[in-house]
Ligand binder design. Sequence first.
Ligand code: PEP
Ligand code: MN
Length: 338
Amino acid sequence: MIVVMRREATSEEIQHMVKRVEELGLKAHVITGTERTVIAAVGDKREETRESLESGPGVDEVVPILAPYKVASREVKPESTQVQVLGMKVGAGHLGVMAGPCSVESEEQIVASAHAVKKAGATALRGGAFKPRTSPYAFQGLKEEGLKMLATAREETGLAVVTEVMSPEDVPLVAKYADVLQIGARNMQNYRLLEAVGRTDRAILLKRGASATIDELLLAAEYILNEGNPNVMLCERGIRTFEAHTRFTLPLASVPYLKQKTHLPVVIDPSHGTGHAYLVPDMAAAAVAVGADGLIIEVHPCPEQALSDGYQSLTFEQFEATMKRCQLVANALDIGLG
Ligand code: PEP
Ligand code: MN
């Protein structure tokens, strides 16, 4: 249920209603909007609860939340959420661009990538230190050594660091170095992991599972939000279909659809979404055109020698050209890049 407070409700009245919601055994999420404050009361649909809350001080109305996800829903928070991390802003009219190699391979590689993507206009550095690989014989990432290299790249460039965490027990270690914790497609429904990152103060990039529906993605986000972490970005990275020409199928309609249903920012990953470097620039520009709030793009100093995903990684020059195209589209739509 949503407890909509009156415009003139005082902070004492809001606090009182939060207490009332909790006394009724429900979870309270306070969402402070520009117009008014609402309290999402999650966990009960009984009429008596609704009536009891409606008679509270400062309450305008109590309405049911129709979507299966609650805190992520636009019904609860009509204004778009903006996630801010160091210099990066994602959402509410700002396009954040996270770029860098699939995997951190050496200090030289990640620092060079950080300088290059920053120069081209990226607002965060991506790089995996813990890699979920289909084959156990493939490169698994440099783990903590890789995290330290990412921290060095951040020190040198000021770019926020986006990196994947694969298991709940690694969350404290990865959160020590990262600014944005990435939940990979393979882990979208690892609920204990979602809860663990929900208890951190780091921003989260939640990738859609390759066979997950959009409602399942939003319900996964709900696990993170429910633990009290509001800084969640959703990432469409392509789904598995019968089509074999691309690695995955990248449904760009997810962007306008998600933006109707949720206030959370939507990020597009054209690298995993296509699996071919030559398709990435077009899909990146198209993502900006359909209203994406962010992009995450794989860029490597020498894609041919990459230890993972080289075939879908852009060179520094290709990334620079891609950014120029995205900037033109962003300008046309009055979207700020940064
Ligand atoms: C990645 O970002 O390198 C990655 C493994 O992504 P996904 O989880 O979307 O496959
Ligand atoms: Mn990758």
